[in-house]
Write a protein that binds this ligand. Sequence first.
Ligand code: SF4
Length: 372
Amino acid sequence: MAEAPQEPRPEAPCPDAPRPDPAALLAWYDRAARRLPWRTPPGAAARPDPYAVWLSEIMLQQTTVAAVIPYFQTFIRRWPTVAELAAAPEDQVMAAWAGLGYYARARNMLRCARIVAAAGGRFPADEAALRALPGIGPYTAAAIAAIAFDIPATVVDGNVERVMARLFAATDPLPAVKPRLRALAAGLTPARRPGDYAQAVMDLGATVCTPRKPDCPACPWREACAARRLGLAAELPRKAPRRARPHRRGVVFVGLREDGALLLETRPPEGLLGGMTGLPGGAWREAAEPLDDPAPPCPGDWRRLTAEARHVFTHFALTLEIRAARLGPEAAPEGGAFFAPDARARAAELPTVFRKAVELALPELEAAGPGR
Ligand code: SF4
């Protein structure tokens, strides 16, 4: 017979400290729970509507509680059931969502609503079945299972990680310490009132055990908390130092024709800024590698400017050397480059890194006058 999976053994935060008691947290929650429109009051016999819990959790992904409340209220007023949301035209749902950002979330939300409505309008009371629905990841599935169905699912978000790291003085940095924090959270999740407990830990992290200034005297777990005893509370959780962003360099050509037209090209479809209009230039290579310094896209008196265009993308920083030239009416671009009228207006429409290069070059080119 296969062995039953082992429950994680709860750790004691400090040898001489009491174990954190979920009942103490629930008693605090009964007094201090945040009143939110998708919740039922602590300890209420009636569970909240799974549709409302699901809708709120989808909206709360990457958005704050304060920003979500008015959107949640609008959606619930307009589409009080999952069947009504499922029947709504997509453009109306997207218009109601406008401002919450991350539109893929809204599309997945509507897909999910349609699947649930087609299956009879009930959300599954099962964490794995919830995870199989569009837009529901591990955190959201656990949150819906716990809050809507009172299943003892382990709900771990940034708030819960912070509380666990402090409670047990877990000093290893994120993200490596995440599995331990999850195991610690699982070890504390009670069989009694797990839905209220999940919301209680979230509320503790959001209102008492806050990132910078935890209010330890107000905390129901203050006696058990190892970080408070060790004076480490505000330092935890630690984060692994960010790796330095790679630095790349490249060359761009800013060509201004005498009638004010700007020399541009359409970038290759693949890669960063693929398919967008940009300045002609070379490849962007790691700064330690030799610079790709191609031939100019048309003959002219090209000069290197002392100023360089700098821009930071998510995964690397870029410095572009600028070659600039004032070009005559006979200039004939090669290699797919073309002239577009009104350099300043076109520059405003370019991706930021190219706009910066044009803004650095234009004053010099305009001051140089024809013939440079
Ligand atoms: Fe957080 Fe302080 Fe409570 Fe510890 S005692 S869990 S650091 S608020």
